[in-house]
Design a protein around this ligand. Structure first.
Ligand code: ATP
Length: 315
């Protein structure tokens, strides 16, 4: 496997007595969409600022595109596009004029500028609006233009801080689809910070759960629920036509299934807790044994449950 394009090692930032980021270790591979998910004040922005060399770590290192962000911030900024949570524009200028201005600031050669601007406006879907002043832009349009600002310098990595804040649901869906396409088609690496679990869930390959400066867990959604809920990440409930007799010989058999960690029987309901999805096998087994089933329900722990368990007390 190639070296990770983002490598955070023991990254720590202390503000007075507050540890905003506490010994963060995280690797992100080229082309991945990684979601940094955490409640307000978790340390997401501070982490991003250290990755861009905009604030120095108290300890540890942030290596991005092969460069140490603290000692080589200029080289990192050449490769990384950053969209802060509050993108600002010159409202008396049009979308295109704003974009050309940012392109020049980022050193895009003058002869390439018109084509590049037209190209990124097309990607973000603002070609028809390019001559409108940004004062009249909706929040969703501003986010798209913010993304165009980031893309005009042909970055290898884009970092988006709370990119979906304040956009309506349809706008969010479109914006996230845009990010996903960009990453898939151009191999762009995306780090996205958010406290909206549903937005992160829609688009990210992997997620890191960040609370009070610490990364509690990382992985894809299934891996995360397995890490955070262990043996109890799947629950299957089965309803029978009649009450389950006690003792029930089938219970003894089910207790030998390695995936099942817990069995609960109440009247005509059976509930199993297991480390993997066993619903299909369980139903087949019960039908084979002559049980009459009137209902089946499978619950898998997802980000909602992770959120409730880890974030609610912080918000
Ligand atoms: N410049 C600063 N000086 C002192 N404390 C700071 C500074 N910047 C951030 N902090 C503190 O560090 C902690 C992490 O803040 P940070 O802004 O990184 O969190 P966040 O996850 O980005 O939250 P939000 O979603 O609210 O932006 C908070 O307790 C914050 O008060």
């Amino acid at each position: 496997m190639k070296d990770p394009i983002i490598q955070l090692t023991g990254l720590t930032k202390q503000y007075g007595t507050v540890k905003a980021v506490d010994d963060l270790n995280l690797n992100i591979q080229q082309g991945e969409i990684f979601g940094l998910l955490g409640p307000n004040g978790a340390g997401k922005t501070t982490t991003i600022l250290m990755m861009l060399g905009l604030t120095d770590p108290t300890a540890g290192t942030a290596k991005v595109c092969g460069y140490n962000a603290t000692s080589n911030p200029i080289l990192v900024k050449r490769k990384v596009g950053y969209m802060p949570d509050n993108v600002g524009f010159y409202h008396n200028l049009t979308a295109l004029e704003n974009l050309l201005y940012i392109g020049r600031l980022n050193g895009v050669p003058e002869n390439e500028l018109p084509d590049r601007a037209a190209g990124v406006l097309e990607i973000v879907g603002l070609t028809a609006e390019r001559h409108k002043k940004t004062a009249a832009f909706s929040r969703g349009m501003k986010q798209r233009l913010g993304l165009a600002d980031v893309l005009i310098k042909n970055p290898e990595v884009i970092i988006l801080d709370e990119p979906t804040l304040g956009i309506d649901p349809v706008g969010v869906k479109d914006f996230l689809a845009l990010i996903k396409n960009l990453s898939r088609q151009q191999g762009l690496t995306v780090l996205l910070s958010s406290h909206h679990l549903h937005h992160v869930q829609q688009v990210c390959d992997r997620v890191g759960i960040f609370v009070s400066g610490k990364l509690l867990a990382q992985g894809d959604i299934t891996g995360l629920s397995a890490q955070l809920f262990g043996a109890g990440s799947h629950i299957t409930s089965v309803t029978f036509e009649q009450a389950v007799p006690q003792p029930w010989p089938l219970e003894t058999e089910l207790r030998t299934w390695p995936a099942i960690s817990h069995i609960n029987i109440h009247e005509n309901e059976l509930e199993t807790t297991s480390s993997k999805a066993i619903t299909a096998a369980l139903v087949r087994f019960l039908v084979d044994k002559g049980c009459n089933i009137t209902g089946v329900h499978q619950k898998n722990y997802g980000l909602d449950d992770i959120y409730q368990k880890y974030f609610e007390s912080n918000e």
